[in-house]
Design a protein around this ligand. Structure first.
Ligand code: F6P
Length: 522
């Protein structure tokens, strides 16, 4: 089974440590630009639908050369090919990791020799065709005015982000809603404005066991019949790998997917149905095509011009050498309002791990904290800390060159602000006193899309997926499981029963004390 060699166990790791101590930690980007007229050209590049400027980062060509050597030592390319070829690289669950298959054109043979791949690709396209035909049917159905996606985590964040991002392409006459939280306030507020005859519920859950989604689905079903709704088959659809569990709940209109699609990578599967309804079959196919174009870039570009690889190498450089603990995400497009939340799950659930493939505790940090808000809002909230706080927090901007609205004067301001932030962070400004002093030399990455379309969004998401893969490959961890979410789920089930019974036997003092309070017993 393909696994990478852990970054700290390669011959290049000590060389990088030495390079960091002697040279890397002292790099001043302003001097580096003065020294090297080709710095922008070298550290910027195009990839499908995305232009990236990595030159305002704390590295130089010596650093990059060593990092590329690290990628070779670790076996990132071999691991990539194993993933793309359908090998079971999710070792703790013995599963293939094949979200890339979901955006692969029909009949295009996969690299590698896993025999079931041809059937898998045929199944993907059969489901895709059926799902897109259904999406078109819903789009043409004027009686359906509200589409409600009930799902959480990967069954919410991806479609929610994409539906919002592609608002300008939406079919007229339909509203899209996303309910994820088990807190009934969310569903209850939404239901007040809905009518059963005009509502389509999409119950999205890979496992069809997730408490939040099952609780919300049951409440939606009860509301539907309680308000005189008829024909669950027309008004409820399940998007799941567990068709049997959906049938048990009385939902028989279903679109399936497979265990080799991770939840946080499932936007491209049946989980993408709300996106397909919003933007249509062709729009969804364009999203897939954008993702596939990035897959091909990742598969074929040499490491030194491979954008996901370069971003991943920079991530490791920042996390493990500079010790930066977070990455601030700033999309300069209001429609990308859920982009940071989406990336949080993608990176932090994938790479928030403390052991390697063999279960050995790692001697280094893994996933940074991802956080952020759309620009320019963030500038008036937390950017102060980026410019003058004690911590260095790398910034990652996504800007979109062409606006899709017709309001005069806005877009130049948006673009100028995005550019000004990266400039200010790097250039800094010496002030009359400490309060007015900007130290500068603070890193930022600038990703640029020509316009926000299904295809460019698909490419951007696939870029981020592959970068997360590169991070995990270098760290020698399994980016495709999420055991860390299990304990809380088990304990919540136990405590729910105890809230009812009042039994505090065996609980620690704080949990017992709070349980009494929550029951209203004190
Ligand atoms: O709790 C974590 C998680 O398993 C995520 O990985 C997943 O995206 C989410 O829950 C939802 O799971 P499901 O799609 O099975 O409801």
């Amino acid at each position: 089974m393909s696994m990478t060699i852990r970054c700290d166990q390669t011959p290049t790791w000590p060389l990088l440590e030495a390079h960091f101590a002697i040279q890397g930690r002292h790099l001043d980007m302003r001097r580096a630009f003065e020294r090297d007229a080709g710095r922008f050209a070298h550290f910027s590049q195009s990839a499908p639908h995305v232009f990236a400027d990595l030159s305002k980062n704390l590295w130089d060509q010596d650093t990059e050369t060593l990092l590329l050597e690290l990628a070779r030592d670790c076996g990132v390319e071999r691991h990539r090919d194993a993933m793309l070829g359908g090998q079971a690289i999710n070792t703790t669950e013995d599963r293939a990791v094949l979200h890339t298959l979901l955006r692969r054109p029909a009949g295009l043979r996969l690299p590698g020799d896993v025999p079931e791949n041809a059937q898998r690709l045929a199944d993907v396209h059969a489901t895709l065709d059926a799902m897109l035909a259904y999406a078109e049917q819903v789009r043409a159905d004027a009686a359906i005015t509200d589409v409600v996606n009930i799902g959480i985590g990967g069954s919410d964040l991806g479609p929610h982000m994409a539906v919002r991002a592609l608002a300008q392409f939406h079919v007229p006459g339909k509203r899209f809603h996303f309910v994820s939280n088990v807190d009934g306030h969310e569903l209850s507020d939404l239901l007040q404005g809905l009518r059963p005859a005009n509502t389509l519920f999409l119950v999205a859950s890979k496992t069809f066991t997730t408490t939040e989604t099952m609780t919300n689905a049951r409440s939606a079903l009860a509301w539907f019949s309680g308000r005189g709704g008829r024909d669950v088959g027309r008004h409820f659809v399940a998007l799941t790998t567990n068709i049997g569990a959906a049938a048990d709940l009385g939902i028989t209109t279903t679109f399936g997917f497979w265990d080799w699609v991770g939840g946080r990578y499932s936007l491209w599967s049946a989980i993408g149905l709300p996106v397909a309804i919003a933007v249509g079959a062709q729009g969804f196919r364009d999203l897939l095509a954008g993702g596939h174009a990035m897959d091909e870039h990742f598969r074929t570009a040499p490491l030194a011009r491979n954008l996901p690889v370069r971003l991943g190498l920079l991530d490791v450089w920042y996390r493990n050498f500079h010790g930066f603990t977070s990455r601030c995400i700033a999309p300069y497009h209001a429609a990308l309002g859920r982009y940071s939340a989406y990336l949080q799950q993608l990176e932090m659930e994938s790479n928030g791990k403390r052991v390697d493939h063999q279960g050995r505790v790692l001697p280094y940090a893994t996933s940074p904290v991802l956080w952020g808000e759309p620009g320019t809002n963030g500038q008036h909230a937390f950017f102060q800390m980026l410019h003058q706080g004690r911590d260095v927090l790398p910034l990652e901007i996504v800007a979109v060159r062409q606006a899709s609205h017709g309001l005069a004067g806005h877009q130049p301001k948006v673009l100028a602000n995005a550019l000004a932030q990266t400039q200010a962070l790097m250039v800094g400004k010496s002030g009359a006193d400490g309060h007015r002093h900007f130290p500068g030399n603070r890193p930022s990455t600038f990703l640029l899309l020509e316009s926000l379309t299904p295809a460019s969004l698909g490419a951007l998401i696939a870029l981020q997926e592959h970068r997360v893969f590169v991070d995990g490959s270098l760290w020698g961890i399994n980016s495709f499981d999420q055991w860390g979410v299990e304990l809380g789920k088990v304990l919540a089930r136990d405590l729910e029963a105890r809230l009812e019974s009042g039994d505090v036997a065996g609980l620690d003092g704080s949990t017992a004390g709070l349980l009494d309070r929550l029951r209203g017993a004190v």
